[in-house]
Design a protein around this ligand. Structure first.
Ligand code: SD4
Length: 342
């Protein structure tokens, strides 16, 4: 009982800390190292992670498994036609075709992944089927679609009128110009027609009441990418990594930069060495800067991490990366600390 009281007290304190932290959005960032609310807990990328967390919490809050929670959680943005960077309604490649990348990893280090998947809304569930029903980890393109159809997934058109019209507009000058923090920003004229708002890849990691961790990551990738391009999101170790003995991490942003440093694996290994989740994310960002200083100034990458004690943190290259946290007594979006200060 007193444990429960202490827990509630610490949750309240944390909410206060969270308020303070959110206030800091406009000013200097407060680094609250190793924030912890205990288990179960789910965290995910960007503001829209909050809705995904709510779905995941229905599983976690009733003593369910982290693996089920992360799958159900990320299916929310996958099914949202208004979200133009995940699943249905995602922006297409430069040939006008929506291709999805996704991966999932569980507490036993089992993992599954699909890349360049077309016409299936829930890429994450196909990734889970790869993990559970095949001896493989990753299926791509035609083969991934064939496998999904064999598993009973239904073929659907993923290109909405909105995304199609924007792509047709984009074709007028066909320049590949990713926008940082696309979720929070209105694109400059000519970059995303109509100054459209967007969301971004969802990466989600969770710790369940049994002390087990899982993660999921799903995206339509960078808008107007070259046909066949695969980002970090379906690559185990880059866009997502889970080690039940240590913790889990996921990433969002320009996938090429994440792949080069095998970012999420690096974050988990840094936590294994004793760094807090935020420090570990910062280490990955610093590695990215040291390996590619010029490029890192221009692009956005954010890492999000959770250790197996329920401590969480994030760090990004640039300002603007947000993440959502859900646990008993907390349902909140935070703004991550970042490397490049103007
Ligand atoms: C990718 N990391 O395909 C994904 C996309 C993303 O912010 O997260 N964009 O590279």
């Amino acid at each position: 009982m007193s444990g429960r009281r202490d827990f509630v007290k610490s949750s309240v304190l944390l909410s206060v800390a969270a308020l303070v932290r959110n206030k800091s959005i406009a000013g200097p960032m407060l680094a609250l190292e190793g924030r912890s609310v205990g288990k179960p807990i789910v965290i995910s990328t960007w503001d829209f992670g909050r809705e995904a967390n709510a779905a995941a919490w229905e599983i976690l809050g009733t003593n369910g498994r982290a693996l089920d929670a992360v799958e159900i959680g990320v299916k929310v943005p996958e099914a949202d036609a208004e979200n133009q960077s995940v699943g249905l309604g995602g922006r297409p490649d430069r040939d006008g075709i929506v291709t999805l990348d996704a991966c999932i990893m569980d507490e036993n280090s089992r993992c599954g992944s699909v890349a360049g998947l077309e016409n299936i809304v829930h890429a994450i569930s196909v990734a889970r089927a790869v993990m559970e029903k095949t001896p493989h980890v990753m299926l791509v393109g035609e083969g991934a679609l064939q496998f999904a159809l064999q598993c009973g997934f239904k073929k659907e058109n993923l290109l909405t009128e909105k995304s199609k019209n924007e792509w047709l507009e984009w074709l007028k000058d066909s320049k590949y110009r990713p926008i940082n923090n696309i979720e929070n920003r209105v694109g400059p004229p000519g970059t995303l027609p109509g100054g459209a708002k967007n969301h971004d890849t969802i990466g989600m990691v969770a710790l369940d009441g049994h002390g087990n961790m899982s993660g999921a990551c799903t995206t339509s990738g960078m808008a107007y990418k070259i046909r066949g391009r695969v980002g970090d999101s379906p690559i185990i170790g880059a866009g997502l990594f889970v080690d039940n003995e240590v913790g889990a991490a996921t990433s969002t942003g320009v996938g090429e930069e994440v792949i080069r440093i095998v970012g999420s694996h690096l974050v988990v290994e840094a936590m294994r060495q004793g760094l807090s989740p935020e420090e570990a994310c910062k280490r990955a960002v610093e590695r990215m800067v040291s390996k590619n200083p010029e490029k890192s100034k221009e692009v956005q990458v954010g890492f999000l991490a959770l250790n197996n004690k329920g401590e969480y943190g994030a760090y990004a290259l640039q300002d603007g990366f947000t993440y959502a946290v859900r646990s008993e007594g907390i349902d909140q979006v935070f703004r991550a600390p970042y490397y490049y200060r103007k």
